[in-house]
Ligand binder design. Sequence first.
Ligand SMILES: [Zn+2]
Length: 458
Amino acid sequence: MNKPPHEIFKAYDIRGIVGKTLNTDIIKTIGHSIGSEAKARGLTSIAIGRDGRLSGSELSHSLAEGIQKSGINVLDVGMVATPMLYFAAHELCNYSGVMVTGSHNPPDYNGLKIVLGGESLAAESIQNLRVRIENNNFINGKGKYSKQDITEMYLNCITSDIKLARPIKIIIDCGNGVAGAYAPTLFRRLGCEVTELFCEVDGTFPNHHPDPSVPENLYDLILALNTTNAEIGLAFDGDGDRLGIVTKDGNIIYPDRQLMLFAADVLSRNPSGKIIFDVKCTRKLAPWIESHGGKPIMWKTGHSFIKGKLKETGALLAGEMSGHIFFKERWYGFDDGLYAGARLLELLSHKEDCSETLNSIPDSINTPELQIKLEEGENYALISQLQKTAKFDNPEQVITVDGLRVEYKDGFGLIRSSNTTPVVVLRFEADNEISLKRIQDDFRRVILQAKPDANLPF
Ligand SMILES: [Zn+2]
């Protein structure tokens, strides 16, 4: 099999199961397509890297071959965190790079994240790679292959800019993902006393899954904070582009609250700067940004949308509830969990008590992300129907930038379509439990009017 199956071309990346929907032949063909696209865009070289998955070495080898077939030169930076590949792409290959990564997915998954000339390929531009293959629309040539270790360049770039006011005792949990190869070194060089949890890179993920957005994956870190003298815990996802934060007392600081802390810091140097966040984030964020002198911009969920908005608006910082945080101030504007961790420690190093600072960030009562499973395509139809017909009870504002985000005087409800699977996603937040229930009841009524057989998870 070397004709890639349709289903691996996703909204934000290419992703499949190794041995089932993904193999070396398929990756080689996709590499040829990516190279051809790069060539058509006037590019000459592409950086490639891979995470710590067992299939990574073989797949990145085939990827290089495929790209070279188009006449594009390949710079292989080896096993790195995704942000390090982005760094190499920006610094050495005209903002062009391909990362072989399954991110936080199970061990048998792998895939590609692609940036060409600074554009993160998503939606249509990912489908175009598939169409190019189906139409046999390849460009042929003979690209060169070279290798470069960019570790020192990347680490120096961070440590030359970020200085800690005092050493902080931290625990790092990498869940055996690729960040484990770099995070302990980075944070020790910044002056931290580091205790390592699962920092040996192991593509079978024998301890817990490398996904800090799932609370149970942080239990080991919470326990370790409880039984050592460390002040704070950092966790990274499988490819190091997302950061999890746990306080000494075991509180998880979710990304929208992380963003509040980072926003205050960025705005202290750049008054009236713009800060972008996605529709899933807490409604405490916008007034917080305003009270620190900044301009809040709520935007669509999805890293390519957020990156696009960042470019368009010249914002200094952007973040998503999924955990991707993009620093444009003092950094490149790509999502980088390792860098975000360093920025966090920089600002906490000026505080005596890290956990007190984190725990004092405004919080509210909220639900995790809830999902309604639907048939393929039904998700988009339901949202557009609701956007046309739904009558909510006494809302202050209905925001339709991505689905419907209904703001009430005491909370919000969100319903939007996932771009990756046939589900609609919901999230609720309120000042208290009674308000939360009232908002959920309002959404229940409106959704059941549009789709009486919907199986509601709340
Ligand atoms: Zn990731």
